[in-house]
Design a protein around this ligand. Structure first.
Ligand code: NG1
Ligand code: ZN
Length: 576
């Protein structure tokens, strides 16, 4: 890389200044940089270069998505995609931040030289790509953006940064975060990586799932699915997916709401984040006029999250969140594995595939109990953010991970896929027919689900196929377990970094005395009560979560813990 060329190009992207004349600082949060879109030009330019450097160091293509996901329309951000399709390794975050905040050419040069000197061939960190695969032009960067008004300008800056660092840029234009990840994932494996190829793969996986699990020829679901697209990038992509599904000869009765051309703005009282946090239907899109108990889904602005919900005759809305999706997928996977009998045991050690569910502290206590005690599956709790859940899920042969907010997927290791495929293809009639169908169904699931990151679009296909296989409606699904009432609130403080946490963010280490005060409050709300506070990595707030045996209990515990945070961590504005 010619650093001098990069430094010259960087002159066109000077970092913005604070009102006091100091240089504005940017922090790498839960999912990359995220803040007011109009301030991000320099950060995005520099991150474009960082993606190119990451590609150079790993010898494989990497990616960038310009999005602020579920945040309001005026925010924007950048998500960096590592060469295998996952997120930038956490070990690079501090350098990404140093590059974004460098105040001189020398500082930028130092960070770039440090990173360029790293010797991290992709194979040393991840399963190697297929032997003999030509990596193409390296550095190579895929670029996608969502529908925000600042998107085009920022995408230009990212492109300029990547090019100034010597990269070839593959501009995917308006696209979802999961498509950005999939393009990189597929390119790493030498598989077709276009949008068309991706939707075809999902559609074929879905059609095979219906075929293997259905009892009759046309097992397409018929009940309409009303999808709130949050006025984001997902709506147009759903249309492509529906077409790809129809080309396979099956159908999916999706009706799109809150998309381009309809009133309302991105993520504003619509979308998965609103519906999950408020536990209410979207304010716009005509959801109040739908028939009672209609099947509804909300996705977020970059289409990597989904939650289901329905509103009954009494106008009571029931949310089926990421935890319920995880339980549904986990129960289906474990059912299929049981039907495969001993065919999937390790040929040498005779051990079964290691299956687990990964959650965060926000997972409803009832879901964890259900997965462990009823499904008898392992669970693991990680800090918030896909960058923590994904690697934890990769440690299993089959790892299902979902955040309560609906972000997640199911990962099948190469070993698991190879074993399933080998057994299915070499059964010679020796396997019972039902076991063979279960094996094929597992293979179909690996195709219908995004293997790189959560995807609301593939999520709908997978949920629908499972519901169809079980002949379940949303009410049946909901009876898997009853959520403990929970409440999430935000507390504004002067500097949220004064709060540090441990134990997968379930306990605070600082400010001193705050955890003891939280514990004292929790102990007043009975055995099922639980609460924690952590600084958000995407918004300038502290998030407080509480759950308890009753709605009143959860609400008042959240309020009490907010007061504790306000007192100990320097609250600003009105006290909770
Ligand atoms: P923060 O702001 O760090 O809580 C939020 C979500 C995460 C994840 C990221 C990235 C909650 C409580 N937190 O992170 O789960 O989705 O945004 O978009 O929903
Ligand atoms: Zn998102």
């Amino acid at each position: 890389m010619d650093i001098a060329v990069f430094l010259t190009a960087a002159k066109a992207y000077p970092p913005p200044q604070n009102p006091d004349g100091t240089q504005m600082r940017f922090s790498y949060g839960t999912a990359g940089f995220r803040t007011v879109g109009t301030t991000l030009n320099s950060t995005v330019f520099r991150s474009g270069a960082l993606a190119a450097v990451r590609s150079r160091v790993t010898g494989r293509a990497c990616g960038i998505v310009i999005t602020a996901s579920h945040n309001p329309e005026f925010d924007n951000g950048i998500k960096l995609v590592d060469c295998t399709g996952g997120m930038l390794p956490t070990s690079w975050e501090a350098d990404a931040e140093s590059l974004a905040n460098a105040e001189s050419d020398d500082e930028m040069k130092r960070v770039l030289e440090k990173l360029l000197a790293l010797d991290e061939p992709a194979e040393s960190l991840h399963p190697p790509p297929p032997p003999g695969l030509d990596a193409g032009n390296i550095p190579y960067v895929f670029l996608a953006r969502d529908t925000r008004p600042t998107g085009p300008e920022l995408a230009k800056a990212a492109l300029a940064g990547a090019k100034a660092a010597g990269a070839t840029v593959d501009d995917l234009g308006l696209n979802t975060t999961p498509q950005g990840h999939f393009a990189v994932y597929a390119s790493y494996r030498g598989a077709p990586n276009t949008e068309e190829a991706y939707y075809k793969r999902l559609a074929q996986g879905y059609a095979s799932l219906l075929k293997e699990d259905g009892d009759h020829d046309d097992s397409s679901p018929v009940e309409p699915i009303f999808v709130d697209c949050a006025n984001g990038v997902g709506a147009g992509k759903f249309t492509k997916l529906i077409n790809a599904v129809e080309e396979t000869g099956v159908s999916i009765p999706i009706k799109l709401h809150n998309h381009e051309g309809t009133p309302g703005t991105l993520n504003n009282q619509v979308g998965a984040d609103y519906v999950q946090k408020e536990q209410k239907p979207p304010k716009f899109g005509g959801f109040d006029a739908l028939p009672s108990n209609a099947k509804c889904v909300s996705i977020d602005g970059d289409a990597d999250r989904l939650v289901y919900f329905y509103t009954d005759e009494n106008k009571k809305t029931t949310l089926l969140d990421g935890d319920k999706i995880a339980a549904l997928v986990a129960t289906h996977v474990s059912g299929l594995l049981k039907r495969c009998g001993e065919s999937l045991l390790d040929p040498v050690t005779k051990k079964p595939l290691d299956v687990g569910v990964v959650q965060t502290a926000y997972a409803n206590g009832a879901s964890t109990k259900y997965i462990e005690q009823v499904l008898k599956m392992k669970t693991k709790c990680t800090p918030t953010g896909v960058k923590w859940l994904h690697p934890a899920a990769e440690a299993f042969d089959v790892g299902v991970y979902f955040e309560a907010n609906g972000h997640g997927t199911a990962l099948f290791s190469e070993t698991a896929i190879d074993r399933i495929r080998t057994v299915a293809e070499n059964s010679d009639g020796s396997l019972p027919a039902d076991a063979l169908r279960a094996l094929k169904s597992l293979l179909a699931l690996t195709e219908a689900i995004n293997p790189a990151v959560g995807d609301a679009l593939s999520g709908v296909l997978v949920v629908e196929a499972i519901l169809q296989a079980k002949r379940w409606g949303l009410r049946d699904w909901n009876t898997m377990y009853s959520d403990l009432p929970s409440k999430q609130v935000k507390v504004k403080v002067q500097d949220r970094s004064v709060i540090t946490t441990t134990d997968a963010e379930r306990r605070c280490m600082t400010p001193s005395g705050m955890q003891q005060a939280i514990d004292a409050k929790v102990s007043e709300f009975g055995n099922d009560a639980r609460a924690f506070a952590r600084p958000s990595g995407t918004e300038d707030v502290v998030r407080v979560y509480a759950e308890a045996a009753t709605r009143e209990g959860a609400d008042s515990l959240a309020k009490e813990v907010s007061k504790v945070v306000y007192t100990f961590a320097g609250g600003t504005g009105d006290a909770p």
